[in-house]
Design a binder for this molecule. Structure first.
Ligand SMILES: [Zn+2]
Ligand SMILES: [Zn+2]
Length: 337
């Protein structure tokens, strides 16, 4: 049998597959890239050929323009493409619309590169699909037992409750443009919030893309050209940076909320002046991470970007072979557009 590193190995440009001659989520321009999802630290412009799900390709052209790569190859669910004898397929990762785990097979060995993933239900994307493998490569964004996220319904319930409690104040929710914003909107709709939701201009194109892909967002209005304090009791969603800058001054005394897994850390909420922290994460929390490891039981787990130590320790205690890859260039949350 081949050594796993013969099939996939960490390099400064990202994970590289020597026999297939392609990279996964490379952080530098390369000839051939497999992209797991559209967040900017994983999906960069300037590659030769990009292999990704049709949704991820659509997200990349929305963000970078049609010319984001010389050529693109859409890999639909259930489809397999072969590169120099290495087969590549994409299985849903449950992270954001179009997000996928790259499943790499060669000479009887399967390596799954999960990219970013979560295990709880997300009404805006396909659920994570466990794939049996020899090596599972996992992120570690929330890789400590202290990161146990509450149910989404509870968090959205606190937002809805605050709207009834403070009907004279606009509720300004910071949410990343790809994935988080649309998920907050869908969760609000599921919680029975039928009023128009106001959005910052930076969210409009991705919102439309989600709708084209079948994620219904309900009535959405631009949060521009309004008299100050016009949106008392309404929900306004904006990229987190906009909630901190001049743009936000149009709202008199808003309730500032922020939807992020990091809102479980009080100091982070306080630092940003967030009055209503909403713990909504697109990344697996500790129970989801170790639950996935226990479910898959691969021969080896390779851990990347985030907090590796706690997960390495858990693996050691549970007789699971594991190592840290220490890849660089990936953020702890999506960077903003
Ligand atoms: Zn991501
Ligand atoms: Zn990431």
């Amino acid at each position: 049998m081949i050594r796993f590193e013969d099939l996939l190995r960490p390099t400064p440009a990202g994970l590289y597959c020597p026999p297939g001659d392609f990279y996964i989520d490379p952080v530098r321009p390369v000839d051939r890239a497999v992209i797991t999802h559209g967040h900017a630290d994983h999906a960069r412009a300037g590659h030769g050929v990009v292999l990704a799900t049709p949704q991820t390709l659509a997200i990349m052209s929305e963000r970078y323009g049609e010319e984001f790569s010389a050529r693109r190859e859409a890999v639909a669910r259930g489809e397999t493409v072969v590169a120099n004898g290495v087969s590549i397929s994409l299985a849903p990762a449950g992270h954001v619309l179009g997000s996928a785990q790259a499943v790499i097979r060669w000479k009887g060995v399967t390596i799954v590169v999960s990219g970013d993933y979560k295990r709880r239900r997300d009404p805006t994307c396909a659920a994570f699909e466990p794939v049996a493998c020899n090596v599972f490569i996992s992120e570690a964004t929330f890789g400590l037992p202290v990161f146990t996220h509450p149910p989404d319904g509870e968090e959205i319930g606190r937002l809805v409750h605050s709207l009834t409690q403070f009907p004279e104040r606009a509720h300004l929710v910071g949410a990343y443009a790809l994935g988080k914003a649309q998920r907050v909107i869908r969760l609000l709709r599921e919680a029975g919030w039928e009023r128009p939701i106001y959005v910052h201009g930076a969210l409009e194109r991705l919102n439309r893309l989600y709708e084209r892909e079948g994620v219904e967002l309900g009535p959405i209005l631009p949060a521009t050209g309004l008299k100050s304090n016009a949106l008392g009791g309404e929900v306004v969603i904006a990229p987190p940076s906009a909630t901190q800058d001049r743009w936000a001054r149009r709202f008199a005394d808003p309730v500032l909320a922020f939807a992020s897994g990091w809102m479980g850390v009080r100091a982070r909420a306080r630092q940003r002046g967030v009055e209503l922290p909403l713990v909504l994460s697109d990344h697996a929390d500790w129970p989801e991470l170790i639950g996935t490891f226990a479910e898959l039981r691969p021969e080896e787990i390779w851990i990347t970007h985030g907090r590796e130590e706690g997960l390495l320790r858990w693996c050691e205690l549970n007789g699971q072979k594991a190592r840290a890859l220490r890849l660089v260039g990936y953020g702890e949350e999506e960077d903003e557009v």
